[in-house]
Design a protein around this ligand. Structure first.
Ligand code: FAD
Ligand code: NAP
Length: 538
């Protein structure tokens, strides 16, 4: 029988965000429940299990920082951890914090409706249960809704079709199989070397060659762990206030690329390349501002590709053009080198566009490629995808998804959308979101939300909402920030341009995590006065 219940707060999603949000609100004495579609915690790290998936941030940085016990009891094995290790970490965190008793798995939220007279949200889950609550924290993820490409015939393929985000458990042997891979963003870059190991043939269908950077992964030895731990509090504090939420031990400050002579900056670039990961991007603070700096770094990257790839024609096809790091930089392990194998081939879609996918494979303007397996590493409906699957009705029947379809995605201060009171959107549009070490972003949003709710409870504030004009101004600022950078020079999923019919516009706050943190905490310090607050009856 369907349940009807009342809670103080409901958290939706059991990834990094939802788990921490549940912990914080519960600690504050609220009656909270968490709803999760999946049968397990993990979010991104539960759903994505393609071979080769690793974090693009170092393990000792891509983890919670709020609980010393978690740090002391967990030991990362590698510099850039694999997906199973991160999933285990999140399971461990859920157990350590005793969260599971308040999580309802296999429970998908299908609708949320604001009931003005009662000042509550009425939530309906797919199984028919309803919950009324004062506060909603939407931890539904910024990269949670996978998309297939809009290629003719995509449904006609009769072999095995797999999206990177819905990988069949344990599948990593493609012996005897002719595999086609569409997409070379972060997911495709990590998949290529793994598929290449066993496939009879691997054709990588590349529309935009990526500026993939090598991870230079290694196992973590006790000595390194101990020396990082010795200064971890300082490093973490640095990451909380800098632009990207990432710390480096070799340097703490980024500087303008061309502020030093050519020889010196090229030497530093080589050092960063050698370090791997996101070092290049974080070392210089104008990579996405100064076109000449960007062009010089892009050429440096192309030169490295030419060194790695044996065949000059293949190297040419793999060479990225355009802006370096306009999209999140893919961090791979042996991506370019994989093309030196006899069984791996480039299909350059700019030179031979796809005409159609058909029952037996893919036909381009130049050739027909027969496949047994087609892998789509074609990305996500970012920022709003998971929320778009929920019917969300706010004040006066406002429909959040209709508003976002009409005006473009947005939220005031990147957390509350106008006419959706007490509805906290974690890592959503208008926040730095994916332009960061996302776990640092997540901890900030969860803590801010928990403090806001605590303040409301203590000050008899019934609702917190935003004005549409303030939200528009916030999003206009974000669009202006982006226009001043090189990011907008290219099609980019940060702007929704990978989704047919989605209104284009920069979704994420580009002035940096630290600047954003200051903005939202200044707002808290002045009693959230730029929001619309409604006091309860005393
Ligand atoms: P998610 O982990 O996406 O969790 C959202 C949860 O909400 C999911 O479990 C989903 O099932 C649930 N949910 C959604 N809708 C509903 C509903 N209607 N009802 C109930 N439950 C629902 N970031 C980095 O900083 N570094 C990385 O290396 C990195 N790697 C990534 C790799 C991949 C393949 C992807 C897709 C993303 C990656 N990210 C990375 C971004 C990553 O999404 C975040 O770092 C982080 O894991 C997000 O956590 P979250 O809890 O906010 O959302
Ligand atoms: P993505 O970056 O959006 O890449 C999608 C790829 O599919 C692109 O190469 C795109 O080409 C291609 N594509 C899309 N439609 C196509 C079409 N019709 N024809 C041909 N090619 C098409 O997706 P993703 O790789 O899954 O990564 C998304 C984000 O998730 C990342 O940026 C990152 O934030 C996160 N992620 C992180 C990691 C990690 O390292 N830990 C791993 C995976 C994902 P174009 O470039 O030409 O559009």
């Amino acid at each position: 029988m369907a349940r009807q219940e009342k809670f103080d707060a409901v958290v939706v999603g059991a990834g990094f965000s939802g788990l921490y949000m549940l912990h914080l609100l519960r600690q504050q004495g609220l009656k909270v429940v968490l709803l999760e579609t999946a049968p397990e915690v993990g979010g991104t790290w539960y759903w994505n299990r393609y071979p080769g998936l690793r974090c693009d941030i170092e393990s000792m940085q891509y983890c919670y920082t709020f609980d010393k016990g978690l740090d002391e009891k967990w030991r990362w094995s590698e510099r850039f951890p694999r997906q199973p290790e991160i999933l285990e970490y999140l399971k461990f965190a859920a157990d350590h914090l005793d969260l599971r008793r308040d999580i309802r798995f296999e429970t998908r939220l299908s609708a949320a409706t604001w009931i003005e007279d009662e000042g509550v949200w009425r939530l309906e889950s797919e199984n028919g249960d309803t919950i009324e609550c004062r506060y909603c924290a939407m931890a539904t993820g910024l990269l949670a809704e996978p998309v297939l490409p809009d290629i003719p015939g995509v449904g006609d393929f009769e072999g095995q079709s797999i999206h990177s985000a819905r990988w069949p458990e344990g599948l990593n042997d493609f012996t005897g199989k002719r595999v086609g891979l569409v997409g070379t963003g972060s997911s495709g870059v990590q998949l290529v070397p793994e598929l290449a190991k066993t496939a009879k043939s691997l054709h990588v269908l590349i529309r935009t060659p990526p500026f993939a950077q090598e991870s230079h992964n290694r196992s973590l030895e006790e000595e390194e762990i101990a020396s990082v731990r010795a200064e971890i509090d300082v490093l973490r504090e640095r990451a909380r206030h800098n632009a990207t939420g990432v710390w480096f031990r070799r340097f703490s400050d980024a500087y303008p690329y061309r502020s030093v002579p050519l020889e010196e900056r090229q030497a530093e670039l080589s050092r960063c390349w050698g370090e791997g990961g996101n070092s290049v991007l974080n070392r210089f603070n104008d990579v996405l501002i100064d076109p000449d700096a960007n062009a010089e770094i892009a050429q440096f990257m192309r030169d490295r590709i030419a060194e790695i790839v044996d065949d000059p024609e293949t190297a040419r096809l793999l060479s990225p053009h355009g802006v370096f790091a306009a999209k999140r930089l893919p961090i791979g392990t042996g991506y370019h080198a994989a093309f030196n194998r006899d069984n791996v081939h480039v299909v350059a879609l700019k030179e031979e566009p796809i005409e159609t996918i058909h029952a037996g494979g893919v036909r381009t303007t130049k050739a027909d490629y027969p496949f047994d397996v087609l892998v789509y590493a074609t990305g996500y409906d970012a920022g709003t995808g998971a929320l778009s699957k929920i019917k969300i009705s706010g004040r006066n029947g406002a429909d959040i998804n209709q508003r976002w379809a009409d005006d473009g995605p947005g939220a005031f201060m990147g957390i509350i959308a106008a006419d959706f009171p007490n509805f906290f959107i974690l890592t959503g549009p208008g926040s730095p979101g994916v332009l960061s070490n996302v776990v640092v972003m997540i901890e900030m949003h969860c803590e801010w939300t928990a403090e806001c709710i605590d303040w409301m409870e203590r000050n008899n504030v019934r609702t917190i909402d935003a004005r549409q004009e303030d939200q528009d101004a916030w999003m206009d600022d974000i669009h202006s920030m982006a226009e001043g950078t090189l990011v907008m020079k290219e099609d980019n999923w940060y702007t929704g341009s990978n989704i047919a019919g989605k209104k284009r516009g920069m979704m994420f706050y580009m002035a940096g995590l630290g600047t954003y943190r200051k903005a939202i905490y200044d707002e808290a310090a002045k009693g959230y006065s730029d929001f619309v607050l409604e006091r309860g009856e005393s």
